[in-house]
Design a protein around this ligand. Structure first.
Ligand SMILES: NC(=O)c1ccc[n+]([C@@H]2O[C@H](COP(=O)([O-])OP(=O)(O)OC[C@H]3O[C@@H](n4cnc5c(N)ncnc54)[C@H](OP(=O)(O)O)[C@@H]3O)[C@@H](O)[C@H]2O)c1
Length: 217
């Protein structure tokens, strides 16, 4: 470890993604200082213009180390985008996660939340037609679990773009390998990730989350 983080900056990687930008927005709304870790060509929404933006190559450990210097915590919301590159999941969901973990260890970012996926680690699953993505995600998770950091793995169900009627949804939260299906709006995943950062009981936990309509009173 070459430096000890001394402030409360929360870093969000994959902040140009549909979950990532919401994590950053929610953190800003709570008055937190937010640093965005994105690729050189990533597109960010105007709502994040006042963040500290670091553009980097996630393949370069030294760039990740520099980008994370001074941060207290990291929420990883990177993930391979669907494409013809079947190595995408290995490169992003395994290797880029491993490198982010390594960078956190080197620079003293002690608290890390990873957005993974329901069914992570499963082999016989349709989603694996895209580069064995669920296997790759598990390898990324394992790097974090063995890191010695204060980690939480959040495994959401199918992600939805809706922002409507979120208050009418209740979270279904359970431990590892307990939910096989279900969906959840990305905004609720974002809020949950930040809640985890503030909840010591979630450290060293794999948490699966979906949501469902609240029962009528
Ligand atoms: N889709 C679902 O239903 C679902 C369900 C459960 C879990 N998940 C997982 O949840 C996470 C968030 O999903 P999402 O749909 O909100 O994400 P998304 O919109 O697809 O965004 C993905 C993010 O990862 C970044 N990224 C992609 N390739 C990268 C690379 N090589 N190096 C660095 N960054 C890279 C993207 O950057 P650019 O903007 O530069 O491309 C973007 O910021 C992902 O890990 C996803 O696999 C998804």
């Amino acid at each position: 470890m070459d430096n000890v983080a001394t402030n409360n900056i929360v870093a969000v990687s994959g902040a140009s993604g549909r979950t990532g930008f919401r994590i950053a927005e929610e953190a800003l709304a709570h008055g937190q200082a937010v640093r965005l870790l994105v690729r050189p060509a990533s597109k960010l929404p105007p709502s994040l213009a006042r963040c500290d933006i670091r553009r980097l190559d996630f393949g370069r450990l030294s760039q990740l180390v520099e980008a994370l210097r001074g941060c207290h915590s990291l929420v990883m919301a990177t993930g391979a985008r669907p494409s013809a590159n079947l190595f995408g999941p290995f490169q992003v969901d395994t290797q880029a996660v491993q490198r982010q973990v390594q960078a956190c260890q080197q620079v003293g970012v002690g608290r890390v939340v990873l957005v993974s996926s329901l069914c992570s680690g499963q082999f016989w699953h349709n989603l694996n037609l895209f580069g064995l993505i669920l296997v790759c995600k598990r390898w990324g998770e394992e790097a974090l679990e063995h890191s010695g950091l204060d980690w939480t793995i959040v495994r959401p169900g199918g992600l939805k773009e809706t922002e409507a009627n979120l208050e009418q949804q209740e979270l279904v939260v359970s431990g590892a390998d307990t939910q096989q299906q279900g969906t959840i709006p990305r905004r609720l995943v974002a809020r949950y990730c930040l809640e985890c950062l503030d909840t010591p009981d979630t450290i060293h936990q794999v948490l699966e989350i979906t949501s469902q309509p609240r029962p009528a009173p």
